[in-house]
Design a protein around this ligand. Structure first.
Ligand code: PHE
Length: 477
């Protein structure tokens, strides 16, 4: 290995890549998508997408990175020529776009963590109103227990935390922080699940979540499942190329990718198992039907859950609520560091800049890019109501654009492997660290997926999303 840095071994790599995958997407987006799309049936579709498509794409990405031992741009251009380098740049830009809005939502979670831990949020009566004013005026300096706070500061602090970890490098920064945050995250998650299952009416939530309703199976369910699986596994933007480039040749990529996919899926699954019993408990307490509780979009974790923590009383509410938002912050942080590492690796590898300087400069630039998303939640009417985007807000716009970039990136990556780099070269890479690979069934399955299924499915999915988002052709599917 060169002095670019590397993971200490298999566990370090798996924890870091799983950390990148496990994020806001699992804890916040997965449960409400599952709720909207028929619960268990969504889970089945999601699992299908992971097996059929996402796992092979993940293996492909990691092998590109490890074979080239370079950042996203460097890897594509080394293995496929300068023109393919643009695909790497496209991924780097997609990563910057994602981090810009992701850090805003992470900042909200960080703010909520403080507001709940200090207890002031739990005295609220109107949680919807609180959230509305919290995200609305980003400069509004409210006070968390005497601590001046505003959304702008929360996001800035979150970005600084991310930067501090990334400056410390691969082993001492990214790997070391994931070694602490990932196990803690699992422990908190399991703890809250156990507690939520003990609440009245919890099992009605479990039933809703786990009993499939096949009448809900629509093409939209598949499109949502695929988009979500792709985002959740951090595919299509070169993040895993970058992490793969720090992986030793001794390690087995196919089995590591399996563990990473399983870890990510299990957190998404557990998040649902945590949220639905809580929602049904709230319905029970308020004597209303669970369907009356709006569980879609950001309100799920920022409005509904705080109301539930409030119902738990001042002490338990603080403990469970504080732990929950700590969990969300950890999940977000392990993802933001992987997002920041992608442009940083590019600038360090290609332009030979000093790592520390690049980290701080990139963090600042991306933080500034996030300000329009921050101001789009009510503060600036024009950003809140984009005329060219069906009156939706800027944050939603950027998040939708990222989905499109990821699927296009994944589609082109599979084309790159099958038509440019050569699937045989991928095989050679995968055989390192896995003696049985050449004769295994996994190899055949990866060939079929990467040669045919991934380009066709991801290409069509990208077109469907573009038509749906820009031309409003909802009835298309
Ligand atoms: N996978 C992360 C999540 O689920 C988001 C992410 C996407 C992180 C792409 C890195 C790259 O929240």
């Amino acid at each position: 290995m060169t002095n670019r840095g590397n993971f200490s071994g298999r566990i370090g790599f798996i924890l870091a890549a799983a950390g990148s995958a496990v994020g806001l997407g699992n804890i916040w987006r997965f449960p409400y998508l599952a709720g909207e799309n028929g619960g268990a049936i969504f889970l089945l579709v999601y699992l299908g997408c992971i097996l059929l498509l996402c796992y092979p794409v993940m293996v492909g990405e990691i092998s590109i990175g490890r074979a080239a031992n370079s950042d996203a741009y460097g890897s594509y251009s080394k293995l496929g020529g300068k023109k393919w380098g643009y695909l790497g740049l496209f991924g780097i830009i997609a990563g910057i776009m994602i981090l810009s809005f992701y850090n805003v939502v992470a900042g909200w979670a960080f703010g909520y963590f403080l507001h709940i831990s200090f207890g002031d949020l739990l005295n609220e009566q109107d949680f919807g109103g609180f959230f509305g004013s919290f995200v609305n005026d980003i400069l509004n300096v409210s006070s968390v227990h005497g601590l001046a706070s505003s959304n702008l500061i929360f996001s800035l602090v979150f970005m600084m935390l991310t930067a501090v970890i990334v400056t410390r490098g691969i082993q001492k920064g990214i790997e070391a922080s994931n070694r602490i945050m990932m196990p803690t995250l699992y422990i908190i998650l399991i703890g809250i699940i156990l507690y939520s299952l003990s609440l009245p009416n919890a099992f009605s939530g479990v039933r809703f979540y786990l009993i499939p309703d096949f009448s809900e199976l629509k093409i939209q369910t598949v499109v949502d499942g695929l988009k979500q699986a792709f985002f959740s596994l951090s595919l299509g933007m070169g993040g895993l190329i970058t992490y793969g480039s720090y992986l030793s040749k001794k390690e087995n990529i196919t089995s590591s990718a399996m563990v990473i996919s399983a870890a990510d899926t299990s957190v998404a699954f557990f998040a649902g198992l945590m949220v639905f019993p809580l929602v049904h408990f709230l319905a029970f307490k308020l004597h209303i039907d669970p369907t009356e509780i709006g569980t879609s979009g950001p309100p799920l974790i920022f409005v509904v859950l705080p109301q539930i923590f409030h119902e738990m009383g001042p002490v338990l509410g603080r403990i469970i609520g504080g732990s929950f938002f700590l969990l969300v912050c950890f999940a977000a942080l392990t993802s933001t560091i992987s997002l920041l590492e992608v442009p940083v690796a590019y600038l360090v590898d290609q332009k030979k800049y000093n790592r520390k300087h690049v980290v701080w400069v990139m963090a600042l630039i991306i933080f500034i890019c996030g300000i329009p998303s921050m101001m789009s939640q009510g503060m600036v009417a024009a950003l809140n109501n984009l005329t060219f985007y069906k009156g939706q807000d800027f944050l939603t716009f950027i998040s939708d654009m990222s989905d499109i970039c990821l699927t296009i990136g994944g589609c082109l990556m599979s084309i790159f492997i099958s038509r440019r780099w050569g699937i045989k070269n991928m095989d050679t890479e995968l055989a390192q660290g896995n003696d049985r690979y050449m004769t295994s069934g996994v190899r055949k399955y990866l060939h079929v997926t990467i040669n045919w299924i991934a380009p066709i499915l991801l290409g069509s999915l990208s077109i469907v999303i573009i038509l749906e988002k820009f031309f409003g052709i909802e009835n298309l599917i």
